[in-house]
Ligand binder design. Structure first.
Ligand code: IDP
Ligand code: MG
Length: 156
């Protein structure tokens, strides 16, 4: 099982889309194992996006991400990182396919509603940035036996 970091960005929260976006992950069968409303500090935004420090959009990105509350989530499932990225859609709302979160809810290329870790290494690093030990809960989910086929001894 993989766990990935999802951030519902300030535009998603301000536009009242928290519930509809969270529902998509629940509907898919992914498990919410951590979730909180928080406002990202300047320093946390800088650390989280340090790979983009030299990019022209970086100052605007940090300003946007710290401008208003976000919802941070830890989401778990078999292949959760790639599944969540596919559900998010392409980076730019103008290019994201219909059926994806960015494709269905936005048109902007910078206010793009959602962040998701893009690799296992990124997920591990980002989860530690946003969740203290004990804030990600390993809870057995009633009904998991109907989400995954485990009859053959592995998760299918
Ligand atoms: P991702 O969020 O799809 O992984 P990245 O390329 O990692 O996309 O970029 C991180 C974030 O920076 C994007 O989600 C978006 O908010 C912002 N961003 C990326 N490229 C641009 C741009 O060309 N203009 C404005 N903002 C951008
Ligand atoms: Mg990225």
């Amino acid at each position: 099982m993989e766990t990935t970091l999802i951030i519902l960005k300030p535009d998603a929260v301000q536009r009242g889309l928290i519930g509809r976006i969270v529902s998509r992950f629940e509907d898919k069968g992914l498990q919410v194992v951590g979730m909180k409303l928080t406002q990202i500090s300047q320093q946390l935004a800088a650390t989280h996006y340090e790979a983009h420090k030299e990019r022209p959009f970086y100052p605007g990105l940090v300003k946007f991400m710290t401008s208003s509350p976000v919802v941070v989530m830890a989401i778990r499932g078999n292949g959760a990182i790639t599944i969540a990225r596919n559900m998010m859609g392409a980076t730019f709302g103008s290019k994201a396919n219909p059926g994806t979160i960015r494709g269905d809810f936005g048109v902007s290329n910078s206010f793009n509603l959602i962040h998701g870790s893009d690799s296992p290494e990124a997920a591990e690093r980002e989860l530690k940035l946003f969740f203290a030990p004990g804030e990600v809960l390993n809870w057995p989910r009633h009904g998991d036996q109907w989400i995954y086929d485990v009859s053959g001894g592995k998760i299918e």
